[in-house]
Design a protein around this ligand. Structure first.
Ligand SMILES: [Zn+2]
Length: 311
């Protein structure tokens, strides 16, 4: 898919312009919520044009990142070892046109042959595997990635679910415009995150946990995050009935974007006060857009919002 074709609907909003006079340089970033069917895959582009990939499902992830000319992934992040998050990684790792520098994961030992072969492939290709947990931080150009979950590597030894051990990572630019990536975190995992990082996870942009499952969000968690917009990655007519209505009822206090209906979605933080969201397919506001202070506009139009950049 050519990125230039993603012109169907563009929505632009402005943050509070308190810091408008400050010069943050090329403090931009872009997140592509790639339409990978029932799975997850998000590509982050820094202000200097470097890339980080979080999860990859089937061949769709590779097709997208190859189509926009990505030659190197500084980091490939696996939130948790379920196939709808890693089944597309082999194709990327073995691609002749894409180099993967580092692989970040929670450190789960292989429990099935597909995951085992992925780990073996990483080692064969001499891609550095780095086990991360709460407190791990990486900086790539103008972006800082903070990992907030799982709390320790020992957490993995408990009987808790793989979903609840998903890596939780927050991306922030210098202006403090943040996006939170949540894997398939469920109720127990969220409880742990909120107990340690309730203020850190207050962000304007949220990748919905667990494909919009009802156990991936609650009203208190939503009120803690206070997202300005939520992005749900799920497949059309999926057997899990994601996203669940109970979750949509919570998310719909703010705009919702969905890969099953919007296709690939690009969030572009274009400066310290402005961002835009572009969808591959036409955006429907019929059931999802309730936020009264957000005005859906035609291309180029800009609506002012009351959401300030935090710290
Ligand atoms: Zn999943």
């Amino acid at each position: 898919m050519d990125e230039s074709s993603l012109l169907a609907d563009t929505f632009a909003y402005k943050f509070d312009d308190t810091h408008a006079s400050e010069n943050f340089g090329a403090d931009t970033y872009k997140v592509s919520f790639i339409d990978v069917g029932q799975g997850d895959s998000e590509l982050i582009q820094t202000g200097s044009g470097n890339y980080i990939l979080i999860d990859a499902n089937d061949s769709s992830s590779h097709r997208y990142i190859e189509s926009i000319g990505v030659a190197e992934l500084k980091y490939m992040v696996l939130t948790h070892p379920h196939s709808d998050h890693y089944s597309g990684m082999r194709k990327i790792i073995t691609s002749s046109t894409i180099t993967v520098d580092n692989f970040l994961y929670s450190g789960y030992s292989p429990t099935n042959s597909t995951y085992r072969s992925l780990i073996t492939l990483l080692d064969t290709q001499s891609i550095q595997r780095i086990q991360v947990a709460d407190g791990y931080v990486i900086t790539v150009d103008n972006l800082v990635l903070n990992f907030y979950h799982p709390p320790t590597n020992d957490f993995l030894k408990t009987a808790s679910k793989i979903n609840d051990n998903s890596l939780l990572v927050r991306v922030s630019n210098r202006a403090g415009i943040k996006t939170l990536f949540t894997g398939d975190l469920e109720t127990a995992g969220w409880g742990s995150v909120v107990s340690r990082h309730s203020t850190d996870i207050e962000v304007p942009f949220l990748k919905a946990a667990h494909h919009g499952s009802a156990n991936g969000i609650s009203q208190p968690i939503f009120n803690t995050i206070k997202p300005f917009a939520t992005f749900i990655s799920c497949g059309r007519d999926n057997v899990f009935h994601h996203p669940r209505q109970a979750a949509l009822n919570v998310y719909s206090l703010r705009p919702i974007y969905r890969t099953d209906t919007n296709g690939t979605i690009i969030l572009a933080v274009t400066g310290n006060i402005e961002y835009s969201i572009t969808t591959e397919k036409s955006y429907s506001q019929a059931t999802n857009l309730i936020g009264a202070d957000v005005v859906q506009t035609s291309n180029e139009d800009v609506a002012t919002s009351d959401f300030p950049p935090d710290d």
